[in-house]
Design a protein around this ligand. Structure first.
Ligand code: NAD
Ligand code: UDP
Length: 344
């Protein structure tokens, strides 16, 4: 059974491709490599022992997408493709509205056109949403019924795409839509062959810490130590990317099993502070991670973690890997590939 992964060469998509093969599906990767490297396909083949088909192109190209859908007839589509840098979205909002919202519209239209050619089709779509849709949550843990808001154009695109999917599902009940709200994906494949490969200076904590540990940056700036949290630093729900990948498999299985639609949090359900993560990384790597306390980063919330209960009840899924696993796997990837995919 084929599953089309838009943005499948990216960080989360590539790990999901592995999990799908392990679960007996046939992933097809669609990507334009705007934020990924073709070498990912070689690494994927090394891990799963088979070549994963690649469709190289842009999700904004609706006729081409229709052609891809007709040729592969996937049972489901996971839509990862999009831009994800919060700061860039503030500086260049049109890029985000165009690629993220435009890409989602293009994909939905292509799926609708192709579905209309088959009687009784049930177009099946999983979407990569984010905990960013909860804005600054009034309390933790966060359940799916919390109010949504946005504080930057990237978050705005996630909210708009969720709403488009809900409207589409209301108009076309045959569609099966899974909205997955990821918390903080980190870690790498346990083989050390695949991981996160941010372009330029990392915005996120884990890749930054990893680059400090490997000696590419001399220290970490800890953005604020005066938050109302146990040690004053920001608390987040870090989730191992392989657990997240398994969550996609569970969501696909649930949708293909006849469930109509759902929106679930994919998080580990516990929070770790910046300083806890730094200590865990030092243990995993055996390296010092020097840090300095810096001012708070604009727009950051004090704490954010999921109630993952709905995902467990609905999908039978829960995260199993610990913060130590996340750090050990990140370190294996970072130390073996100090320049990411470009080092090979
Ligand atoms: P990523 O940048 O590694 O992967 C996205 C992939 O999409 C890249 O390979 C990129 O080349 C591709 N892409 C972008 N625009 C495209 C287009 N127009 N046509 C074809 N391919 C295109 O990002 P990721 O971390 O794997 O994130 C995947 C999805 O999950 C994104 O939608 C992101 O917003 C969402 N998400 C990520 C996080 C996170 O922290 N990584 C958290 C919440 C949600
Ligand atoms: N953070 C930090 N230094 C960095 C990057 C992040 O102190 O160089 C902190 C940030 O303030 C937050 C946590 O680490 O409390 C996680 O940040 P990240 O950007 O990874 O995730 P997000 O804030 O989007 O949840």
């Amino acid at each position: 059974m084929k599953i089309l992964l838009t943005g499948g060469a990216g960080y989360i998509g590539s790990h999901t491709a592995v999990a799908l093969v392990e679960a007996g599906f046939e992933p097809v990767v669609l990507d334009n490599f705007a934020n990924s490297h073709p070498l990912v396909l070689e690494r994927l083949a090394d891990i799963v022992g088979q070549q994963i088909p690649l469709e190289r192109g842009n999700v904004l190209d609706t006729p081409w997408l229709e052609d891809v859908l007709r040729r592969h007839q996937p049972a489901g589509v996971v839509h990862f493709a999009g831009d994800k840098a919060v700061g860039e979205s503030v500086a260049n909002p049109l890029k985000y509205f165009h690629n993220n919202i435009g890409g989602a519209v293009s994909l939905m239209r292509a799926m609708e056109t192709v579905a209309a050619e088959t009687p009784d089709a049930s177009p099946t779509l999983v979407f990569s949403s984010s905990a960013t849709v909860y804005g600054d949550p009034a309390s933790v843990p966060i359940t799916e019924d919390f109010p949504r808001s946005h504080t930057n154009p990237y978050g705005h695109t996630k909210l708009v795409i969720e709403d488009m999917l809900y409207a589409l599902h209301a108009a076309r009940p045959a569609w099966r839509v899974g909205v997955l709200r990821y918390f903080n994906p980190v870690g790498a494949h346990v083989s050390g062959l695949m991981g996160e490969d941010p372009a330029g200076i990392p915005n996120n904590l884990m890749p930054y810490v990893a680059q400090v540990a490997v000696g590419q940056r001399d220290h970490l700036n800890v953005f604020g130590n005066d938050y109302p949290t146990p040690d004053g630093t920001g608390v987040r729900d870090y989730i191992h990317v392989q657990d997240l990948a398994d969550g996609h498999v569970a969501a696909i299985k649930r949708l293909l099993g006849g469930s109509t639609s759902f929106t679930v949090n994919l998080g580990a359900g516990r929070g770790h502070s910046v300083l806890e993560l730094v200590s865990a990384f030092e243990r995993a790597s055996g390296r010092k991670v020097p840090y300095r306390i810096a001012p708070r980063r604009a727009g950051d919330v004090a704490q954010c973690w999921a109630d993952p209960g709905l995902a467990q009840r609905l999908l039978g899924w829960r995260a199993t890997r610990s913060l130590d696993d996340m750090c050990a796997d990140t370190w294996r990837w970072q130390s073996g590939n100090p320049n990411g995919y470009r080092s090979s």
